[in-house]
Structures are given as C-alpha cells and as structure tokens.
Design a protein around this ligand. Structure first.
Ligand SMILES: O=C(O)CCC(=O)C(=O)O
Length: 240
C-alpha cells in the first residue's frame, strides 16, 4: 500500500560525485571515481544533465549510525513477511514501514540528511519510507509519481551495495547504471527524477562495467533503504 501511495508507480562522468569518509555531514567533499556505466547509445549531451541531477555521497553515515538506524527499523520490519510480488508488480520480495518519529540517536542523522539533500523552501513529507528488499528482491523500473512526491528524493542505503539503473523514458537506449554503496546517500532530482525510470537490479543482474569494459559483479544482499521525500508541487500538471 505504502509503495503504491509513495511511488505512485505510474509508469509502467562528472558531476558532483563526492566522497567523504567521516560519516558526518559532508562539509568537506572529495571527488572520487565515478561509478557510472553509460551504455552504448547514451548521448554525450545527456550525460551532464544526468550527472548533475543524480548525486551520490559515499559513507554519508558511519557504521555505527547504520547499525543504530537498523536497530530502530528492524523490529517493525521483521513483524512482516517479504511480499513476493506486489499486486501492481512494482517491487519483488520486499517489506516496508514508515517512520514519523525517530529515536534520539537517529533523529540527528535523519535531520542531517534532510538538511543536506533538500533545499530549505521544500516541505518534507512527514513520514520517511523504509523499504526492505530481501536478498533476491529488486525494484522494477518506475518514475515516482509527481502527484505524491516532490522534486527531490533522497535515499540512504543500509546493509548492502546495489546497482541502480536509469533508463530514459522517451529514449530507451539511453541507459546508465550506478553503483549505490552501503551507507551512501543518493539524491535524485531534475532530469534523473523525471526523465528517467529508476530501478534497483536483482543481484544476479548487478554487474557494473568500467570504462575499459571490465565487469564487476556487485553482490546485492538484503538491503534497507531509507527514503526521504518532499511534498509535491501542487501547481504543476501531473503526467503521472
Ligand atoms: O531503494 C531505492 O534505492 C529506491 C527506492 C525507490 O525506487 C523510490 O523511492 O522510488
């Protein structure tokens, strides 16, 4: 139900790729390797647009912060069994919950994330969405509905690395795969948010190519994502 409401599930280089190591607010951002693989067919002129709209910050949280977030959400998640196939076929093998209030350890982390990722004029949705993918779980391609979710989606990844795939909605041969590391934060806005579908690949498909075409297998295990969203802009006409 949550997934349906929050995602809406309507549809069927160089950017600021940064790394910071402290697990604290990334005031000092360092550039690191860009874990993107652009498939053949991705137009060079679209790259800049994509990369400035999809930002990943490795080690946004520390190991201790990850553990503490896990400890808070796990009791709520483990009461449920994994749903194999969602009725609208958006996600496979998942369970979910949402949180409005966080404990005293985790609240500063969530607030740090929100302050970092969202411009001050945006109104945050009060509930943070917590999505738990089983080891064999994956998220199918979709664009979050503009009816239920505003311009920015910010996602913390716990427990596992994964590969996010983006496919241009109007030009399906424009595909880019991105490594989403455990404890990273990604911020999706602008073109990556509206022009591309996004998905989290199943473990067996999680293969990233480097610029020399060497393949690297990413073992996606159980993964929990903590997804913060802002309110939709009611003044725009919705496609989804
Ligand atoms: O867990 C993720 O990284 C993605 C979640 C998602 O697809 C979404 O919030 O629209």
């Amino acid at each position: 139900m949550l997934v349906r409401r929050l995602l809406g599930l309507a549809s069927r280089g160089h950017t600021k790729y940064t790394r910071h190591t402290s697990g604290h607010a990334p005031h000092e951002l360092q550039l690191t390797a860009i874990p993107y693989h652009y498939h053949e067919g991705f137009l060079p002129e679209t790259r800049e647009q994509f990369q400035s709209s999809f930002l990943i910050y490795d080690d946004f949280i520390s190991v201790e912060e990850e553990q503490s977030l896990f400890n808070e959400v796990e009791p709520h998640l483990k009461r449920q069994t994994y749903e194999k196939d969602h009725w609208d076929d958006a996600i496979s093998n998942f369970r979910e919950t949402e949180r409005k209030h966080w404990n005293a350890h985790n609240l500063p982390v969530i607030q740090r994330l929100q302050k970092f990722a969202f411009e001050p004029h945006l109104k945050l949705l009060p509930y943070v969405h917590v999505l738990d993918l089983a080891p064999q779980g994956y998220i199918k391609p979709h664009i979050d509905s503009a009816r239920f979710c505003g311009d920015i989606v910010a996602v913390l990844s716990l427990l596992s690395d994964s590969v996010a795939r983006f496919v241009h909605d109007q030009s399906k041969d424009q595909i880019v795969d991105c490594l989403v590391r455990q404890r990273s934060l990604y911020v999706m806005k602008g073109s990556s948010r509206y022009d591309f579908t996004h998905e989290i690949l199943r473990s067996e498909d999680s293969i990233l190519k480097d610029p020399n075409d060497n393949e690297r297998k990413i073992d996606k295990t159980r993964r929990i994502s903590i997804v913060c969203r802002c309110e939709p802009d009611v003044t725009i006409r919705h496609k989804t």
